[in-house]
Design a protein around this ligand. Structure first.
Ligand code: NAI
Length: 212
């Protein structure tokens, strides 16, 4: 399949489709209609059909979607069958939690190194990896060519570090640092994660519900 441009809202829904289809696969379901899938996922059937049409629409009228095949196609689009090298910077509370609890492999990534500038924790291990000093970053990247960096450092260190990492070949940031990175290179992709934003969305919805 060639590379199509898919809109961001559709891309944001793909992991959810992938997850649900995985559950259906585990239940042993071979195929599912857009209506049934919609009921399970809380989307409308037309939304699902529209989304799948963005990359070719793989269902058949009156037959539904082949669960395993559809999951495989969505997985390929998401790149879950790849093995992208990932490094994590900042092995504090958040960094250690992400290193140990996020299943990178399942998402087409492999966490290959963890770095921190605190000498007190360098040499200790997290998620089976020895925490390395920042001085090793250049030689490590030269040797192992990671593509993605997870930033779990304070916001005041984020931009300088991101620039350093881009020079070392990093082209994707999973950025938890609460700092909106300024990146001029169009080939570098940043995914900012703010758990607090998600909580505020919940708070807003709760508040609005009370008003009605
Ligand atoms: P922490 O203080 O436990 O860990 C930060 C780690 O980064 C420390 O081990 C420190 O030595 C290291 N570090 C600091 N500057 C560095 C540098 N220039 N290079 C390499 N290592 C460096 O803090 P915690 O709780 O793990 O949080 C980390 C960051 O993530 C904070 O900025 C926090 O605000 C943010 N955060 C973001 C969340 C989100 O949803 N995006 C959720 C929770 C925290």
């Amino acid at each position: 399949m060639g590379k199509q441009v898919i809109s961001t809202p559709v891309i944001r829904r793909l992991p959810r489709y992938y997850r649900f289809l995985g559950e259906l696969e585990q239940e042993g379901l071979e195929r599912i209609s857009s209506r049934e899938l919609a009921l399970r996922m809380g989307f409308s059937a037309s939304q699902i059909r529209q989304d799948f049409n963005c990359f070719g629409g793989f269902g058949q009228q009156g037959y539904g979607y082949q669960v395993v095949e559809l999951r495989k196609i969505i997985g390929d689009i998401l790149g879950v069958h790849e093995n992208t090298g990932v490094i994590l910077i900042g092995a504090g509370n958040l960094g250690k939690t992400i290193a140990s609890h996020v299943d990178f492999q399942k998402r087409g990534c492999k966490l290959i190194a963890v770095f921190d500038d605190n000498p007190l924790i360098q040499g200790t291990s997290t998620a089976g990896l020895t925490i390395m000093p920042m001085e090793s970053l250049e030689s490590f990247c030269k040797q192992h060519c990671p593509q993605v960096a997870v930033l779990c450092i304070p916001k005041n260190a984020a931009q300088q570090l991101a620039d350093r990492l881009i020079n070392l070949g990093i082209s994707g940031f999973w950025n938890f640092s609460h700092f909106d990175l300024k990146i001029n290179n169009p080939d570098v992709i940043v995914e900012n994660v703010h758990l607090g934003d998600s909580l505020m969305t919940l708070a807003y919805c709760m508040h609005r519900k009370e008003e009605n």
